[in-house]
Design a protein around this ligand. Sequence first.
Ligand SMILES: *Cc1c(COP(=O)(O)O)cnc(C)c1O
Length: 492
Amino acid sequence: MGDTVSHTVGATNVTPETLDPQDWRALRALSHRMVDDAIDYVAGVRDRPIWQPMPDSVRDYFDTPLPKTPQPLDSVYRELSENLMPYPMGNIHPRFWGWYMGAGNFTGALGDFLAAVVGSNLGGGDHAATRVEQQLIGWLKDMVGFPATAGGTLTSGGSMANLIGLAVARNVQSGGQIRETGVAGASSAMVFYASDQVHGCHRKALEILGHGNTALRKLPTDGQLRMDTHALRRAIAADRGAGLQPACVIATAGTVNTGAIDDLRDIAEICREEGLWFHVDGCIGALLAIAPDNAWRVAAIEQADSIALDPHKWLHAPFDVGCVLTRDREAHFETFTLDQEYLQKTERGLAAGDWLYEYGPQTSRGFRALKVWMALKEHGVEKFGRLIDQDVAHAKYLAALIEDETDLAMVAAPTINIVCFRFDPGQLGEQHLKRINTEIMLRMQESGFAILSDTTVSGRHCLRVAINNHRTRQSDLDRLVGEVLRLGRDIA
Ligand SMILES: *Cc1c(COP(=O)(O)O)cnc(C)c1O
């Protein structure tokens, strides 16, 4: 090992080079140290600040020029221990409740490591990694009640999953011509319907797909921030009357603002009657289907034509991994399949397998499946279901604490695991309240105690606690309420 042999390549004498180490033993020792440090890092996460601002030295470190000459790996690692590891986003911490993220899990990290070691390209082919992805997609279909014959693919996340779902929807609704002639060749413009709580990725998707933002009809919501399905029926009729082509309803199972779940049963029926594609954005809520106490909330999700879901949210897979499932596998395939001379399928050999790149825009694809697959094998789906119920129960617990405090006001009571509330001692105007609550949020981040985010619900600015975290304990929520009150009174 470690021998370098000079030999003749062409006419010149060269020392052959490789990225493999000279000394595998030293690499082994360093790698073991990284694993030991990583375990300490995760095991001790509760005792560290959730987030801290980077000092100038760290910003400067990441501003150094392109390295031209080698640096020993242990020295690179030492630098990262100082400049990277202490400055995380914080979402693996038990008191991270900002925006909407999973908390990760160590098995998932090992899965990502092994996936990179195997190094397979999930564009497709007949090798074990493609079996892992297809088996995982099969399990995800099972979770939401989709038939085994359905199609699906893993994606970078929910945004890409929704984009693919909408692409299949519009191809089917175009009657199959749109791949050739584009939206410019359509005789009437398609319309996509969603509630005014819809995630921003749908706008991006429709812009990318060429329909433009005006193709997205944002419908009003009811008192619980669910799509007003009477308004949906009226909008479909009005658009037909105006010569447009109603194409697809995007129902949200778990909105990002408040966790509201659109009436999936009603929307499924409207789509059937009207001949519209029924897409569910289930990035937050689709996996409620595996939670014993809460599965009823997404009953009828199995009637969807396509579902976007996010294993890096409620399955806590390390970023990133999303998934889109399609009831009609053939329609999905027909949206992305190509016949290319440099990628021909064969009867035997490596190219005989399934070519997964024909289910989305990517050609080369990472081995995202393994981290999710390993954690599901290790824990079983029932435990993931219980953890979802636990998050929902935690949100209810927090809501009860808030209701008990006269200086706190609920802005949107939780349907599932998102709580919107604010410090409001009374007598203060909207502007003033926004200033105080924003300051509470920022001080809480800067002290390293907890991460919340904020939003505005029905015109009222509020703190938003999204409890998607298997490390959160009730005592963390007790402390949260105490901190909000303390900071609020201090600032006011
Ligand atoms: C998170 C989320 C998305 C986007 O998913 P990413 O994984 O962040 O790309 C889309 N819709 C909803 C409802 C979400 O919560």
